[in-house]
Design a protein around this ligand. Structure first.
Ligand code: ATP
Length: 361
């Protein structure tokens, strides 16, 4: 049995449907992420798990038990918010101990449990400090320790790292991964940051317009997007308009608009004449002044349209036909060479037939 089961959940605000018939389940011990752009309904879904909102229809089951009649404070669920929500007049230790005190635990048991949690979040030395004496990352660790101290079945995290700067956010991502492994508690994490979702999660549900577009492990969400929305939203992706020309077993030929025919993997629902898009990640594309024209590769000539130097890599945008741009990426891994091409250089691009995915929706 799944730890959490969401069945056909719908939530409307007046005549606007914020969550539209979502069904999914989360296994015990999973780090599960709801990912999507602003307004897609992920926070509303999380709030229903916490009990702050009630679904209009559908069911939420935790350990097989329907939660509809269980108020937030009675659910074995805690939430960590973006803004920490610590008690400013209490020390770190008092903040973390608070839920146990409210539950009437004995002092020695509270002390032992708080010690353990402070160690888990690497704040053992900070117990006597007040929240205003801590950095943003440290405060968020206190908030997480407090939310975990009475061992909930489920920890909900609503964009908990979005108030931190990029470097600290990366550090905290590593800490969260390790902490979740250590405590073994199921995390449901909400973010609009696709990099964060890919880095942290065992599985991701990508949402838009109140619905789940794709639910899968990060490698499949990135490498095998189900539709154009997921391909576009997750990482950089070239999306080239085309039409199916021929289907032959595991492969098919598609005509990329303005560019010509290429071989690609056959996909379910393919039929000659059907329009769609070839989704292709920049790092899957070879780029050079000259490339061999190999049978298993699609191959186009083009011209450098733009170069974006990013330090570790440079992004080269190549115009392969009038108005058709393909983004490519090369690592800057040769000492002393910061850039391989310049605007207007004539180049060639190529990719293996199985590097892209043809999408019909
Ligand atoms: P964000 O990342 O910006 O928080 P989100 O994906 O979490 O976005 P939600 O907060 O779930 O999105 O909101 C989904 C939609 O429902 C939005 O259009 C929002 O305006 C609307 N909404 C949310 N709560 C309410 C409410 N209490 N009353 C009316 N509309 C609401």
């Amino acid at each position: 049995m799944a730890l959490l089961e969401i069945r056909n959940v719908v939530k409307q605000f007046d005549d606007f449907t914020a969550v539209n018939n979502v069904s999914l389940s989360v296994e015990a011990g999973e780090f599960f992420t709801l990912l999507g752009p602003s307004g897609c309904g992920k926070t509303t879904l999380l709030r229903m798990l916490a009990g702050f909102e009630q679904p209009d229809s559908g069911q939420i089951l935790l350990d097989g038990k329907d939660m509809s009649q269980v108020p937030p404070e009675k659910r074995p669920v805690h939430t960590v918010f973006q803004n920490y929500a610590l008690f400013p007049h209490m020390t770190v230790r008092e903040n973390v101990a608070f839920p146990l005190k409210m539950a009437g635990w004995a002092k020695d048991k509270i002390d032992a449990q708080v010690d353990e949690l402070l160690e888990d979040v690497r704040l053992t030395r900070f117990g006597k400090r007040y929240p205003h004496e801590m950095s943003g990352g440290q405060r968020q660790r206190v908030a997480i320790a407090r939310a975990l101290v009475d061992r909930p079945r489920l920890l909900l995290l609503d964009e908990p790292l979005s108030a931190l700067d990029a470097k600290l956010r990366e550090e905290m991502q590593l800490e969260l991964i390790n902490l979740q492994k250590e405590v073994g508690i199921t995390f449901v994490y909400v973010t609009h940051d696709q990099g964060e979702a890919l880095a942290l999660s065992h599985r991701i549900a990508v949402m838009s317009n109140g619905q789940v577009e794709q639910l899968d492990i990060p490698e499949n969400i990135y490498g095998n997007p189900k539709n154009r929305f997921v391909a576009d939203f997750i990482g950089q992706c070239n999306v080239l308009e085309g039409t199916v020309k021929a289907v032959d077993g595991d492969t098919m030929t598609v005509d990329i608009k303005g560019c010509g025919e290429v071989k690609t993997l056959a996909v379910a629902g393919a039929a000659v004449g059907k329009p769609g898009w070839l989704a292709l990640r920049p790092e899957k594309i070879k780029l050079d002044k000259e490339l061999p024209d190999l049978p298993d590769e699609a191959y186009f000539k083009g011209r450098i349209h733009d170069c974006l130097y990013l330090g570790d890599v440079t992004i080269y945008i190549v115009e392969v036909a009038d108005g058709v741009l393909i983004e490519t990426m090369l690592p800057n891994n040769i000492p002393g060479v910061a850039k391989f091409f310049d605007d207007n250089d004539e180049v060639e691009v190529a990719w293996r037939f199985d590097a892209g995915r043809f999408l019909f929706e």
